[in-house]
Design a binder for this molecule. Sequence first.
Ligand code: SG4
Ligand code: ZN
Length: 274
Amino acid sequence: HTEDWAYSSDTEGPQFWAYAHPLCNGTKQSPINIIMKETIYNETLTPLVPLNYSTVFNDANYYLANNGHTVKLGIELDTRVPIGLLWRGNEYHYHGLHFHWGENDQHGSEHYFNNQSYALEVHIVHYLKDYGDFNSALNYSDGILVWSSVFQTSNSSETSNTPLQDVFKSIDKIINAENKTYINPLPLSSFVSENSTGSYYHYEGSLTSPECTESVMWIVNHKMISISSNQLLSFRLLKGRLHNSSNSVWFENLTNTDRPTQPINGRKVYTSVL
Ligand code: SG4
Ligand code: ZN
């Protein structure tokens, strides 16, 4: 086994991650299947307060990059303006955003709702500002907050997602690992379902890829975002990194970039939705 990891492979897929990345065998892993009727209403789950989520930084460079494992959105900002959110008295700052998708519209999201996977999931990754930076925050059980939205497709053209059209049509330009392309500035709020700061599920878990660190406060929106089937097609053409195993070398097909759901191990899933 190598340090390298992949989503689909004989020797580097999710069932082998723990050999080189032992935290992936932990008891608070992500993603999970959210069974809605088993979630527990909790009145302390107050609405998230986004900071600069609607701001378009016209002076910044916004880009999409294929890092060999996912498509990532990066923002190159000159000035240090806080982008992030307030939640339960803590300030979390934006670290990055990426997607998980599947080979067809019925599969791809990492979190399941009532045993059902959906076409796409976006993760907006934040770290608790008081811990200094992303890497330091990984040392604390509440260090990272991932705000997640699941996308649902339909074949009707009315469901095409206009705010994200520019993002989706640029995926064609980053088919190979390490490709990068600049896109028009857009607000981060485009990646969150509308009016959803107050209705979400919350549980404590991990990063969903190696090192699988158990430091994530998960916030999974209740409301899904709509997207047309066509807008998803180019995700499925993406290529990952060059992988090596004992007797072969290959470019990973970057689809089904979802880790299987993990055991709940007695954890509680809370909801702000009455
Ligand atoms: C994927 O491996 C992404 O490539 C990583 O993003 C991401 O790490 C990692 O998943 C874990 O994040 O929200 N799915 S997750 O738990 O965003 C981070 C990048 O490396 C830190 C850009
Ligand atoms: Zn993710």
